[in-house]
Design a protein around this ligand. Structure first.
Ligand code: MCA
Ligand code: AMP
Length: 507
């Protein structure tokens, strides 16, 4: 009985002693060793009582074992729910509760804080540390290195990824086996990945970019990854000559360009640089080509859809655009008012349909209905236009979203915390340009009449409630928020007023 995602990405490498992961300590892990680790973990999961369709929430550091946990879930038919390592206990509680996770895997350092929550919610708690040890893998070592793969249908769920919303409540995007598999195969072919490729992997593996794009594409091609715990400029420079491809958020590219050691020679062995998750400035694209002779290939995707469009591999990679719809993906620009398709060149909302588009938001039928049309088109919330040559330009967002260093931040979530603080009447959180992160978070606070809010105490409250990357880099007290005649806060005016606050970057 088949399990298409496991069979195509993992099972096909059974018995291969080819390198899969090159690690920062100079060692390598073969495909066979990786699969054996995954199989042992799959045994540990099923022994702990997990069944196909159960959710497993993992907040773990990047390591071969963390990746093997993903493979184990796919092999055992368990829905994998990776979580940003920066999330606070408050944030984690929501994800565990909302997803109904039956197992939570965390670093030993987080165990004490999560234990009462896991117990209250009836989830088993296991640990997996950055060095691969922990209660999950210690037990797993005793298990056989083969696991009978659980059969799955293409429409069965493979993963949940949480994405925030304009109301501040995160939504669990349900991704099926086929969503992940179809996209991995399309990207592999489109970007010409083969078993000869070595991908320089410095992205986190708890988001689409690092897990379902970079990793799945490498697995689908039989290639290898230089698997770094995180982006570290010195390591990137030292290891790039051993790689053939890199995928990164724009911050990776601006940081590389700032370093004089990053030269044309360093990139001669590379055949492809891919950028996504946030807009790549045309200026960065041009500077990169001047320095290296390579044109970065920019693509566009979302948690709910994986990848939708890509610049061409062979044709012109056009700066400031995200290219064309991928094979199998339909894309249209529509009128926000009535959903009608707009003529070429006009700006409207971007809608996509294809095998990559998710199944809906977990237990949120109204939110699903609001964004996923009955005919299968997903309303992305991005605004764009298609130029006369067919390239898609993303010109803005129809959603209140900040993207900082490739991480999405929904202002509403932060405003809810700020509004709750003593002396605060109301607040507005905006994204302002930042040289390193692209955008960063600015919090504007309107005090209650006669009150003087304690900004240090407010900053402390955000630290407890929200992951570090969401913290406002600065809090400012202002008299009032600009509003339109409907009473809606005019964030565009605030963004214009404060646009130079962090440029050039000082924080
Ligand atoms: C770290 N910090 C951040 C960010 N990252 N603050 C805001 N935005 C961030 N992205 C905090 C750190 O906790 C630290 O706080 C301070 O900022 C400076 O950290 P630094 O050492 O400079 O950062 P870093 O550790 O080098 O990380 C920067 C990074 C990283 C390499 C850009 O954020 C990263 O790997 N981003 C990739 C995100 C990603 O994979 N996105 C894909 C989502 P303190 O000073 O207090 O300690 S998937 C997606 O969007 C869709 C589907 C798609 O199309 O791909
Ligand atoms: P996420 O919630 O992580 O799925 O983020 C998806 C959002 O990131 C998209 O809706 C876009 O707003 C943005 N995004 C992803 N890739 C690009 C890109 N190449 N250019 C501009 N925005 C992008």
């Amino acid at each position: 009985m088949p399990n298409p995602l496991y069979d195509t990405l993992f099972g096909c490498h059974a018995g291969k002693t080819t390198p899969f992961l090159y690690l920062a300590d100079g060692t390598a892990m073969t495909h066979a060793a990786f699969l054996a680790t995954a199989a042992r973990i799959a045994h540990a999961l099923t022994k702990a009582g997990l069944e196909p369709g159960d959710r497993l929430a993992a907040q773990v550091e990047k390591s071969p074992e963390a990746l093997a946990l993903y493979a184990a879930c796919v092999q055992a038919g368990i829905v994998f729910l990776p979580l940003n390592t920066a999330y606070t206990t408050d944030e984690l509680t929501y994800f565990i509760e909302n997803s109904g996770a039956r197992m939570v895997v965390c670093d030993a350092a987080g165990e004490a804080a999560l234990a009462p929550i896991a117990e209250r919610l009836g989830a088993t708690l296991k640990t997996l540390n950055a060095d691969g040890g922990g209660t999950l893998t210690d037990k797993a070592d005793a298990h056989p290195e083969a696991f009978p793969t659980t059969p799955r249908e293409p429409g069965d769920l493979a993963a949940f990824l949480y994405t925030s919303g304009t109301t501040g409540r995160s939504k669990g995007a349900m991704l099926t086996q086929d969503n992940l598999l179809s996209n991995a195969l399309t990207l592999r072919d489109h970007w010409r990945f083969t078993a000869d490729d070595v991908l320089l992997h410095a992205l986190p593996i708890f988001h689409t970019h690092g897990l379902f794009v970079a990793t799945n594409v490498t697995l689908a091609s039989g290639g290898a990854m230089i698997f770094l715990p995180k982006f570290d400029l010195d390591q990137m420079i030292a290891l790039m000559p051993k790689a053939t491809a890199m995928m990164g958020v724009p911050t990776f590219y601006t940081r590389l360009l700032e370093d004089p050691r990053f030269t044309r020679e360093l990139a001669t062995h590379m055949r492809l640089f891919v950028s996504g998750s946030a807009p790549l400035l045309a200026e960065t694209h041009i500077q990169f080509e001047r320095r290296t002779g390579h044109r970065i290939l920019e693509r566009y995707g979302m948690t709910e859809t994986n990848m939708n469009t890509s610049n061409p591999y062979d044709g012109e990679r056009r700066a400031g655009t995200v290219g064309f719809p991928l094979p199998g993906v339909e894309l249209k620009i529509t009128d926000q008012a009535n959903g009608d398709t707009l003529p070429e060149g006009e700006v409207g909302q971007i809608e996509v349909r294809g095998p990559n588009v998710f199944k809906g938001y977990w237990q949120m039928p109204e939110k699903t209905a609001a964004e996923l049309r009955e005919d299968g088109f997903f309303i992305t919330g991005d605004l764009g236009k298609i130029d006369e040559d067919g390239y898609l330009h993303i010109v803005g967002r129809n959603k209140d979203l900040i993207i900082s260093g490739g991480y999405n931040i929904y202002p509403k979530e932060i405003e809810l915390v700020l509004d709750d603080q003593p002396g605060v009447l109301e607040s507005a959180v905006i994204g302002v340009p930042h040289a390193d992160f692209g955008e960063t978070v600015l919090g504007l606070i309107v005090p209650e009449p006669g009150a003087t809010p304690d900004l240090d105490a407010i900053a402390e409250a955000t630290r407890t409630a929200l992951a570090r990357f969401k913290h406002p880099r600065k809090l400012l007290v202002i008299d009032s928020l600009p509003r339109n005649t409907m009473g809606k806060v005019q964030k565009n005016i605030l963004r214009d007023t404060y646009r130079e606050m962090f440029t050039p970057a000082t924080t």
